[in-house]
Write a protein of this length. Structure first.
Length: 472
């Protein structure tokens, strides 16, 4: 596409070099490149002044300037008439679709479409749109949005179905084709791809009144810079309406599965809140599937994975409020815990589970009840980072050339000094001190272990200062 565009420009330049002069970019009298685009598409070219007005909407007596951003809205019949009116015009006429925060295009079934600032052309980032579905339309039960965690879980469930429906319909595929630069483009609807975690996001959200808001992007269709109004109407009136009716209405879902999803997330948050009172910083449920499908795929490994089993000395149990079941697993207590073992024995897999235990998981992930305190933080070495005035003397001293570790500064830290600095820095904001005293995630086995205790040894041997060290 880019090559075709360059060729077109080169052909224009070679055949009409004399016309560049004062109107080279269409900012003045409409000559040069502005004249080329005006002849090709009609209107006023690409310029901003005179007859070369931006987008070409002032190129003729019957042309209209786009309305100011956020100045439109009405019924879907009004939207249909607008798209029919701008069909075949230059791309900037799509600005007429833009709506204000308190207005929009109201569909006959009750949902409202709001359109953000329209993209400048079909090669620009797509246009952001928001769909608002009020409670009388979605019929969402009050129990599913009675608390914040339930609203987050319910919105997550709907977002996953919206994404899956968008893909199964093929709505996420652009028109494309082999028409080159002047061929049809755009037309795809995109929804944020969900992960295995249930977190608060803006793709689909539910407010305290039960109103559902979904945010998507739409690549407004065009052929070259000519609007394809009929295709745009098909997207907004057919595809978008189908997505709403089959993803954002409670009646369109498996209602029992919907409720189980919400209650599972609520149980995970409840379990996470019990950790501090039980003297724990993390909990890993027996039978959990911790290995992932691959390094770039966070889905569970369903075949060949060994379910997790806690050492009996560390087992603890909780009774979940919604499921009513007792979950038993490994409780990692406050203090320093050393995880050791041979190669390919699951040390890193367990550490990654603890690292991500601050997030709730979807049912079926395999790590649903593997939770970590929200106060935990992951610390690792950062070779080459800058350190400024940090006291790393609890970990390192006697550096070469008498370098002071009580007020350590460097523009290129080593692995051990950078990790010690990270621990101290996060301790100052309240998180890492809890991490260091609760659980050791990639902390102890790197810069803190040293068999030598010579006064010239830079790294202190921390373990001699710890009276009891749980080892997994």
């Amino acid at each position: 596409m880019t090559a075709a565009l360059i060729i077109n420009r080169c052909n224009y330049q070679s055949s009409d070099m004399s016309s560049r002069g004062r109107g080279g970019r269409g900012r003045g009298g409409g000559r040069g490149r502005g004249e080329y685009y005006r002849n090709k598409y009609g209107g006023g070219g690409r310029g901003r002044g005179g007859a070369g007005g931006r987008g070409g909407n002032s190129g003729g007596p019957d042309a209209q300037q786009p309305l100011a951003a956020g100045g439109n809205g009405g019924t879907y019949n009004d939207l249909t008439g607008l798209l029919e009116r701008i069909d075949g015009r230059q791309y900037n006429a799509y600005h007429d679709l833009e709506t204000a925060e308190n207005s929009g295009w109201v569909h006959p079934t009750g949902f409202t479409l709001q359109v953000g600032r329209a993209q400048s052309d079909c090669f620009a980032p797509p246009t952001f749109c928001r769909v608002t579905v009020p409670l009388p339309v979605s019929c969402l039960p009050a129990t599913l949005f009675s608390s914040k965690i339930r609203r987050v879980a319910a919105a997550d469930y709907m977002m996953r179905h919206l994404y899956q429906k968008c893909r199964s319909m093929g709505a996420d595929s652009s028109m494309g084709g082999n028409g080159g630069w002047s061929g049809p483009k755009g037309g795809d609807v995109q929804v944020m791809e969900p992960t295995q975690h249930v977190i608060e996001q803006s793709a689909v959200s539910i407010d305290v009144h039960g109103t559902i808001m979904a945010q998507i992007t739409v690549a407004l269709p065009a052929r070259g810079r000519t609007i394809l109004g009929t295709q745009a109407l098909h997207i907004f009136d057919r595809i978008l309406a189908q997505l709403v009716h089959e993803s954002l209405l409670f009646a369109s879902h498996d209602q029992a599965r919907f409720v189980r999803h919400v209650e599972s997330v609520e149980d995970q948050v409840w379990l996470q809140n019990q950790l501090d009172g039980a003297g724990l910083v993390a909990f890993v449920h027996n039978g959990s599937i911790l290995p992932r499908l691959s390094g770039d795929d966070d889905c569970p490994m369903l075949h060949g994975a060994i379910p997790f089993q806690s050492p009996s000395s560390l087992e603890t149990s909780f009774t979940l409020p919604n499921a009513g079941m007792v979950v038993t697993g490994m409780g990692i207590r406050k203090g320093v815990t050393l995880i050791c073992g041979g190669g390919f024995h699951g040390k890193s897999t367990l550490l990654q589970t603890l690292q991500l235990g601050v997030y709730s998981k979807i049912p079926g992930d395999g790590r649903e009840f593997c939770v970590t305190s929200l106060k935990a933080a992951k610390i690792r070495a950062e070779d080459g980072r800058c350190v400024k005035s940090v006291d790393i003397s609890p970990f390192i001293n006697n550096l070469p050339f008498g370098k002071d570790t009580k007020c350590f500064s460097t523009a290129d830290a080593s692995g051990s000094t950078s990790q010690a600095s990270n621990i101290v820095e996060v301790s100052d904001v309240g998180g890492a001190r809890r991490l260091c005293s609760y659980t050791s995630i990639r902390l102890i086995l790197t810069c803190l272990l040293s068999r030598s205790q010579s006064k010239w040894e830079p790294t202190r041997f921390w373990l001699t200062k710890i009276p009891a060290l749980p080892i997994l």
